[in-house]
Write a protein that binds this ligand. Sequence first.
Ligand code: FAD
Ligand code: SF4
Length: 509
Amino acid sequence: GKTLRLILGDQLNSTHSWFKKVDEDVVYVMMEVMQEQEYVMHHVQKILAFFAAMRNFAHQLTKKGHEVIYLNLDDKHNTQTIEGNIKRIITEEKIERFEYLLPDEYRLDEQLKQICNKLKIETSSTDTEHFFTTRHEVKEFFGDKNFLMENFYRSMRVKHQVLMQGSKPLGNKWNFDHENRKKYDGKLPLVPAIEFNHDVSALKEMIDAKKVKYFGEVDEKHFPWPLSRKEAIKLIDYFCEHLLPHFGTYEDAMLQQHISLFHSRISFAQNSKMIAPHEIIGKVLAHYDKNKHEITLAQVEGYTRQILGWREFMRGVYWAKMPEFATLNFFDHRGELPEWFWTGKTKMNCLSKCIGQSLNNAWAHHIQRLMVIGNFALLAGLNPDEVDAWYLGIYIDAIEWVEITNTRGMSQFADGGIIASKPYVSSAAYINKMSDYCGSCYYDYKKKTGDKACPYNSLYWDFFYRNADKLEGNHRIGMMYNILKKMNRDEINEINKQAGIYLDAINEL
Ligand code: FAD
Ligand code: SF4
């Protein structure tokens, strides 16, 4: 009998064992469905990137001799739901068995289990063969203990023998953070980001004709993102050659004229599974081995930590804590997103640049997401549901397992400290130190209160003041409360008043 195998849009792993040989009894199905356009409003580049990469993938499978049913969004047989399409194909093709790859998103995992319960044929699911870890490995690793990224990361280094010398870390140190994370000094020449220049205008026409709701900008004749495995490999080779030598040093730096500095921009290619984390790390390590005279261990360790550490860790926390995780709101924050989150039109230069760039490119680097946008959202007490929906929509790499853990957890501390041991907040001093935003800003980064005082400053102290009951006991931030206690009453009153004025007029900031 015939088997139907479902491939979701973020499961484009052409090295998967499913595709090792052509089997005449197997039909693959891939689909563009409204269901996936409507659970959140997406950035237009995100929709186009996924559809274009899916179409390429289906084309490659067909070329290798596999039978593939591909449903375009405007196909007249398309029922626009995964369930509807699967049921129709099972009947029409006389399918006797249904198989799927384990989804990374809780919502889809539940949905596929339900679909299978209803089907009258045999069903099964199998791993995507993408990650280093299984869904529950992080949970099993920690058991009842607190989740600590660093401990998990070290165990991964040992288990997979990455940057190890026997049982010891290469260079005798696990962590090179203090050598990394510098401000960009303007001396080192910047290298342009690699762009792929695709024409996706036909796809764009189709989503417009289907009235898909989206936001953000796109140059559909010069679409820059990698859309195939071949391009993903090209991107990572370019990264190794040109960007890796300075990745760690400047990984936290922000610059107006060059949005990505030395970041790899591999997240879309990786999260859609066109390239696997072990392949990326393999390439980085091989390049390091050949070029030790020009690349320091600190750069390579810094990059490896993001992929072998943070990425796998976030996925593990997701599966350990969902679905409850999506409801957590530790500070009970209820603020609405300011209108300028959708336009970038604010006088705060850092936010205007970071949000504007996200609207233009569907991408921002980690520190822009964490210490500019997320920092503001947390200080201003915005509702984590709205913050999550914004992050899930806007970034080209945003899939819930890695978006929600980063946003609700790491950035908004709405999980009360499952992921981060203290809230990632800062005043203007940090933004000024790491970027060139403050120099040309309407606001004065040095002022806490008064005319043109930078909003981050009063909101920062007001945040700690407001949340003393929840945070004072945290030994990692005790210092903040010592400073607060030493401030005089008038100063605190002024700060609270200033913060109140700014929050009341948040749309005009
Ligand atoms: P690089 O800086 O070159 O890093 C290489 C790779 O390391 C990334 O591609 C990514 O796979 C991995 N990585 C780095 N940091 C993290 C992290 N914190 N968690 C998981 N993986 C990491 N990343 C997503 O892939 N999808 C998201 O939806 C997402 N949302 C985020 C939301 C917030 C509030 C924050 C603070 C971070 C978020 N990140 C997310 C993590 C990180 O910002 C992006 O992975 C990164 O900016 C992608 O660009 P890059 O490929 O150039 O990364
Ligand atoms: Fe951002 Fe404040 Fe600096 Fe302006 S002064 S760029 S608002 S941190």
